[in-house]
Structures are given as structure tokens and as C-alpha cells.
Ligand binder design. Structure first.
Ligand code: NI
Length: 185
């Protein structure tokens, strides 16, 4: 099932999402729906709050990037915990399905050590770097109520104010279904 994607300005995107107790929700079907939703919007990562579910789950699939250097990486992350971030800070132009048509440079560390459960409730501890680490950091922010715009300077954010306000009103030119907090019905 493809869900509409929650737009910038919705309180669910600012909330710290809750940990998932094993068996409390069907994580497999939630993840499946999220993959479907993400593919419909041509995304490479999606966090549960972006479909209005305030739980600690996100998905990643880099196959859509079609970048040989990145390769194909597809994974469901449940109750993830970033244990450490290392390496050089590097700049990458980030975007977000909840903030369509805006891309901005964000600086983050290169390498991430993360512990998480997969959809079979098996625990993993892994180290990622480069683009995959970057997507992980972005999605991890989502389940902590943080958006990439929160990393921008106040000046930069002020310059985006008009665009962000339009997004909250649902005034965006995109092909996927959205739900905007200030849209007039
Ligand atoms: Ni995002």
C-alpha cells in the first residue's frame, strides 16, 4: 500500500519516535508498505514518521540511485542506535521526500557504527561509510524528530522560509501523493 508522504511542518516530523516492542506491530508489512511508498516517490530512504507513524523504523534502498560506486544496499532498520560517528566531516547535498524540490549542503561525519534489528528481529551491529552512512544519518535524524533543514544556518533557513511555508500548504510540484499540515481542504 502506498501512503501519502507527510510534508514539512507536520508535528509528527518533529516528534521523537517511539521504540517498537517485538510483536506489537507488524513490522514486515509496515516495511513493505514503506518500500512501496518510497519507490513511488523515487526515494532512497524513508522513515516511519514520514507516513505518519511515530515509531523507530526506517528503510533504505540505494538501488534507485543507479550509482555503481554506491552499489545496491537495501535494509530495514528497527530501533536503531548510532553508537559512534567517525571520520572526516564532508558536505553532501541532501534532499528529503517531506521537503520536496529543496536540496541543501549538509556537513556530517563519514562513518557510522550502528546497532539495529531487522524485520526478523535479528540484531546487527555494522559500520557504514560514504553515501550509505549519509542516508542512515538522515533517516536516523527523522526518528529523532530532526530534519536536514535543522542543520542549516539560520540565514540559509530564513532564505528558504517561503518555499518551506508553501510545502506546508501543499503547494508543491511533485508526482507523489502528499499530506500537508496546512493544506486547505
Ligand atoms: Ni528525509
Amino acid at each position: 500500500m502506498v501512503y501519502p508522504i507527510v510534508m514539512y511542518g507536520d508535528p509528527v516530523l518533529k516528534k521523537k519516535a517511539k521504540a517498537i516492542k517485538p510483536g506489537s506491530i507488524d513490522v514486515k508489512s509496515l516495511a513493505e508498505d514503506m518500500f512501496e511508498t518510497m519507490y513511488a516517490a523515487n526515494g532512497v530512504g524513508l522513515a516511519a514518521p514520514q507516513i505518519g507513524r511515530s515509531v523507530r523504523l526506517f528503510i533504505i534502498d540505494t538501488s534507485q540511485m543507479d550509482d555503481e560506486e554506491v552499489g545496491d544496499f537495501k535494509q530495514v532498520f528497527i530501533n536503531p542506535e548510532i553508537i559512534s560517528e567517525n571520520g572526516e566531516e564532508w558536505i553532501f547535498e541532501e534532499g528529503c521526500l517531506s521537503i520536496p524540490n529543496i536540496r541543501e549542503d549538509v556537513e556530517r561525519k563519514d562513518t557510522v557504527k550502528i546497532r539495529y534489528m531487522d524485520e526478523q528481529w535479528e540484531e546487527h551491529e555494522e559500520v557504514f561509510s560514504g553515501i550509505v552512512a549519509r542516508i542512515l544519518q538522515h533517516e536516523y535524524d527523522h526518528i529523532n524528530g530532526k530534519l536536514f533543514t535543522d542543520h542549516l544556518t539560520p540565514l540559509k533557513k530564513r532564505l528558504l522560509k517561503g518555499k518551506l511555508s508553501n510545502i506546508s500548504k501543499g503547494k508543491v510540484d511533485i508526482s507523489y501523493r502528499i499530506i500537508a499540515p496546512l493544506a486547505k481542504v
